[in-house]
Design a protein around this ligand. Sequence first.
Ligand SMILES: C[S@@+](CC[C@H](N)C(=O)[O-])C[C@H]1O[C@@H](n2cnc3c(N)ncnc32)[C@H](O)[C@@H]1O
Length: 189
Amino acid sequence: MRQEIERAKMAIMKALENKRVAVISGGDPGIYGMAGLVLEVAEREKANIQIEIVPGVTAATATAATLGAPLMGDFVVISLSDILIPWNLIEKRLRAAAEADFVIVLYNPQSQGRREPLAKAHEILLEYRSPNTPVGIVRRAGREGEETIITTLKELLDHEVDMVTTIIVGNSTTRIINQRMVTSRGYDF
Ligand SMILES: C[S@@+](CC[C@H](N)C(=O)[O-])C[C@H]1O[C@@H](n2cnc3c(N)ncnc32)[C@H](O)[C@@H]1O
């Protein structure tokens, strides 16, 4: 982390020396990962090289699978990290998503180790959603030490989150079925 530009430049330089290079990026490299930066650096360096992007399992789907089926309808992914984009834009996106009843997946809930962005997001979400809205919190999805919590929006801040945590906030059709978080697609049966 924090050395992304150097890593991308080094990879492009090695490729220009006719080496086969792999840039490793957690989850899906095209979702808050290294794919975009590598393409941008290649453009800047005018590097005429072949670049293949291999998709992976992103935290949103890895997390959803451990919780149940919370992403069965329209959902959005929002990063709470304000390192690369300003907080007022994050807030605008949170409000729009909350108002439009999307299920909301929160990446980077602990930006730079700060709890403040999550506390602000929580306050905003409560303006639009019931305090009883189901919320899933997953640490280290698919890795050793995986932890899964199903709680409510009201109690979201009572739980531990860190940089390897993803949070899924349900919408008005999300409910708990046998301790799994499920968003209804609307089937009539
Ligand atoms: C910079 S983003 C990288 C996302 C990654 N490219 C992906 O597709 O999952 C880092 C954020 O992804 C989420 N994340 C990554 N790995 C995770 C895991 N194993 N379990 C839960 N969340 C994870 C966390 O929200 C973390 O703060």
